[in-house]
Design a protein around this ligand. Structure first.
Ligand SMILES: *Cc1c(COP(=O)(O)O)cnc(C)c1O
Length: 480
């Protein structure tokens, strides 16, 4: 077993390994060549009864685990969204692990609670938001959205839902576009509102924005049917292709209808430290709640989702619960952040934000995001210029999608039909990922398979975009 006396030398080994790992990333395939079940098959079926040497444990980590991981910190990880872990945030996480504090109440974590308050002010300012918002760190955007939907449930039920449940009451309806993340659907399930009460509004235009006239009509139809509209989820920077609603328009309608709004900007929010991108969420000052993930693009290691709310009071009335054993007697005016979130236990997540924002400074973080956006746009233009590629959705920040559409593949020189094109592009994604130099994922756009590209990894360099271009074109042309 590892005693605290022996901890130092093994911790040094772990640090050396970490450094070497990062230095080796460019030589590794981004996604491993691994068959399902092959790792499981190599793990003993039972836990050992007696201690094993640390050396054996670390050896197994290096030989069994590392080669069979997808490397999210790889500079050529262009799939999904980034999950950056800047070195300084890794360091902070190590200290957080050492303190191993439960940051649920002020009393259980005075400095962590107050640092969280301060970091929420720093980030609010960094994003250009007004003082009307108060922030809290949630574990994930999914949790923040769940908290927001629970606020909608509270308010729409006249604050009776926690006590009485929803049975026998009217249907509480929530609205969003057809481009939202699956965490919205899941929050509806978990909140007991049900999938059928999530009304998905069609989108239009290059930004795939929610059709506000259709939203208004849906709300009116629901009221006429005896349902109770509860709130609207607004999307900026959707996961599939970056879909973004017209926030100001949706907020104006919500205010007329007396509905709460929650903005999911889990990925795109980090970019708002750059003033030039803020037009994408124009009107944000009117939302009641929003979430963005510093654990995606900003560099704070997972997990770190920041939720800003206009009324912490409504949030606390929804999620605050104080059994006798959690009461803090004799301390007025303190904040207990567990009353702002679904889980009780909370990690000390503010520390990595503090380390990150101080060690980098906002200007460095802005520079990285600006590079990602510029490189992504550049790659989109290079692909667009080729006769056998098409850009399916233009870059929204650093995310765009494309398809490989070689003319000569169709019957007698005709364009590919839809299904053949889908199959070809799925084959292309697999070929690219088997190649290993870059990692991309696919999505569906208007029912067709398209390939996503997003730039956002912290250590990405301009040459990585050129490698991406070379790999995409090479793999595509090899398919014919
Ligand atoms: C990543 C993402 C989520 C989910 O984030 P988690 O923190 O993993 O729950 C939700 N919405 C959008 C738009 C996202 O990009």
């Amino acid at each position: 077993m590892l005693s605290w006396d022996a901890f130092e030398s093994w911790a040094k080994r772990a640090v050396e390994w970490t450094k070497g790992y990062h230095a080796s990333l460019r030589q590794r395939p981004v996604r491993p060549h691994v068959e399902p079940g092959s790792v499981l098959a190599q793990i003993p079926e039972h836990a050992p009864e007696s201690p094993e040497p640390m050396q054996a444990i670390l050896d197994d980590f290096e030989q069994l685990i590392v080669p069979n991981m997808t490397h999210w910190q790889h500079p050529r990880f262009f799939a999904y969204f980034p999950a950056n872990a800047a070195p300084v945030s890794v360091l902070a996480e190590q200290l957080t692990a050492a303190l191993a504090a439960q940051c649920m109440l002020w009393q259980t974590s005075p400095a962590a609670t107050e640092l969280e308050t301060a970091m929420m002010v720093w980030l609010r300012e960094a994003l250009g938001l007004s003082e009307d918002f108060s922030g809290v760190i949630q574990d994930s955007a999914s949790s923040a959205t769940l908290a927001a939907i629970l606020m909608m449930r509270s308010k729409a039920s006249g604050m009776t839902a926690n006590q009485a449940g929803l049975a026998g009451g009217p249907q509480l309806r929530v609205y969003c576009s057809d481009q939202v993340h699956s965490s919205i659907d899941k929050a509806m399930w978990v909140a007991g509102l049900g999938q059928d009460n999530l009304v998905k509004i069609p989108t239009y235009g290059p930004l795939r924005s929610m059709d506000v006239a259709a939203l208004e009509a849906a709300i009116a139809a629901d009221r006429a049917a005896g349902h109770v509209p509860a709130g609207i989820i607004i999307c900026v920077g959707g996961t599939s292709i970056g879909a973004s609603d017209q926030v100001a328009e949706v907020v104006a309608l919500a205010k007329r209808e007396g509905l709460l709004t929650h903005l999911d900007a889990a990925w795109a929010g980090s970019a708002m430290i750059c003033p030039e991108f803020r037009s994408l969420w124009r009107g944000v000052e009117g939302v009641d709640s929003m979430v963005f993930n510093p654990h995606k693009w900003l560099g704070a290691q997972f997990d770190c989702a920041v939720q800003f709310v206009r009324s912490p009071q409504l949030l606390v009335e929804t999620l605050g619960i104080q059994p006798e054993y959690l009461k803090t007697h004799g301390k007025e005016g303190i904040v207990n952040y567990s009353e702002w979130s679904v889980p009780l236990g909370r990690r000390f997540r503010a520390l990595k934000l503090w380390f990150l924002l101080r060690a980098h400074g906002l200007e460095d973080l802005r520079g990285r995001i600006r590079n990602h956006v510029a490189w992504s746009r550049d790659l989109a233009e290079k692909l667009r210029a080729l006769p056998d590629f098409e850009i399916s959705s233009d870059p929204i920040l650093s995310l765009f999608s494309f398809r490989y559409m070689p003319k000569e593949q169709g019957v007698e020189g005709q364009a590919l039909d839809g299904e053949a094109a889908d199959a070809l592009n799925l084959a292309l994604v697999n070929a690219i990922n088997d190649d290993g130099r870059i990692y991309l994922t696919q999505t569906k756009l208007d029912g067709r398979t398209v390939i996503r590209f997003q730039a956002g990894q912290f250590e990405m360099e301009e040459q990585d975009k050129d490698t991406a271009f070379a790999v995409i074109v090479e793999c595509a042309r090899k398919l014919i």
